[in-house]
Design a protein around this ligand. Structure first.
Ligand code: F3S
Length: 392
């Protein structure tokens, strides 16, 4: 791997042990994946921020670091709402450890924004190189914005944040962004089989695509629907980039090659078959974190209703602070809107043996991460389940 003189100096330990270790990690990663150099990144998003997922060994590793990030860096959701953790039932010892994790990141210079939708406030431009870790944010940045990031592990994203660079391989290169299969979707777009569920579509598509780059035909999703699709594909598969014909920024350029690719079909009926299930104990929405438009939809669906079983909505603090009326509208029903965390990375779902979600990603992760049965439905169905009123 070709290194600059400055990078050689960092590797030699002239800028301190932490920077040396972080660069060693990036160079090691680059060698494994055949990178020829490091590329500067515009921002970093670091996972491994919830004490639930990193535990005491992860905390000990973080505490051993002594350096500052050199690019704008934010965190993935942590294990609790930093302000309302008591009312959310987070055990005090968990909160204490979570605070220790946050204190380390603060010391390293990381912004205390804990969200999987950092593109709501972090400027990200097409073609820009990033080092983001959260799989749904990675899928969105690559596919919807046209930025370039691999799906970094937490330590690699933090190393990139400290060094300001990441190894240039995979999705940073043109060759890594070429579609590898076509997924044709039939029956989406108001053809009568019910509301299109893009999280459910992504859940099925991720199982087909695995870690390949799919090219979709037959759908016209908006930004929030693309977000839901990408998150689900990143969870049921390991998709970090997808293209949608006529919708995503890089799709048009790949039209000439897609005729030669293997092709799969997913029908609206197959997606609809996912959306069945029995009664649940709680309902959770906001995976990935809700956009203002999604909060608005939930607020509208809840208008004039009271919840009969717990309903949790997750979003970023940024979105909460800018949309107090939507949050108040949702909470008037008895539901709760929490920031900084989510149903998967917090211990909040542990009291429940079954949880309904509107997200393909949460549907994939709730069973293993929360030990609860998961049911997936539309947002309307989730509100109906929580309020005991029929949808529509
Ligand atoms: Fe975000 Fe948590 Fe879902 S991190 S994508 S809300 S699992």
């Amino acid at each position: 791997m070709e290194l600059t003189r400055d990078e050689e100096r960092t590797l030699g330990g002239e800028e301190g042990e932490t920077r040396q270790r972080m660069l060693e990690l990036l160079v090691g990663l680059g060698k494994v994946f055949g990178a020829s150099r490091l590329v500067p990144v515009a921002s970093a998003q670091v996972s491994g921020a919830s004490y639930k997922t990193i535990g005491r060994w992860g905390l000990a590793w973080l505490e051993s670091l002594d350096a500052k990030v050199t690019v704008p860096t934010v965190l993935n959701p942590v294990g609790m709402d930093r302000e309302r953790w008591r009312e959310a039932g987070i055990p005090p010892d968990f909160a204490e450890n979570q605070e220790k994790v946050l204190a380390v990141y603060r010391r390293l210079g990381v912004r205390m924004e804990c969200t999987c939708t950092p593109y709501e406030f972090l400027p990200v431009r097409s073609g820009e190189h990033l080092a983001w870790a959260e799989s749904s944010a990675v899928a969105y940045a690559n596919s919807v914005i046209g930025a370039r990031t691999n799906r970094e592990g937490g330590p690699a994203a933090l190393a990139a944040a400290i060094i300001g660079k990441t190894p240039c391989y995979g999705l940073h290169l043109d060759a890594g962004r070429v579609p590898q299969l076509v997924i044709r979707v039939e029956g989406f777009g108001g053809s009568g089989s019910g509301p299109d569920h893009y999280g459910g579509l992504g859940f099925l598509a991720g199982k087909i695509a695995g870690n390949r780059v799919p090219f979709f035909r037959g759908i016209r999703p908006g930004p929030d629907e693309l977000k839901a699709m990408g998150a689900a594909m990143a969870a049921s598969g390991a998709v970090a980039l997808f293209h949608v014909d006529d919708v995503t920024p890089e799709a048009r350029g790949f039209r000439p090659v897609v005729g030669r690719l293997e092709e799969h079909t997913i029908t609206a009926g197959e997606v609809k078959d996912l959306l069945t299930g029995t009664e649940v104990e709680a309902v959770a929405m906001g995976c990935p974190h809700c956009s203002p438009a999604e909060l608005g939809e939930i607020s509208r669906l809840l208008r004039g209703k009271r919840i009969k079983k717990p309903l949790f909505v997750f979003t970023s603090r940024h979105v909460i602070e800018r949309n107090p009326e939507l949050v108040a509208g949702i909470e008037a029903s008895g539901a709760r809107v929490y920031a900084d965390t989510c149903m998967v990375v917090s211990p909040m779902m542990e009291p429940f043996s079954s949880v309904m979600v509107d997200s393909g990603k949460a549907f994939a992760y709730v069973p293993s991460m929360c030990g609860a049965l998961a049911r997936i439905g539309t947002r309307e169905e989730c509100v109906a389940e929580a309020t005991g009123t029929p949808p529509g």
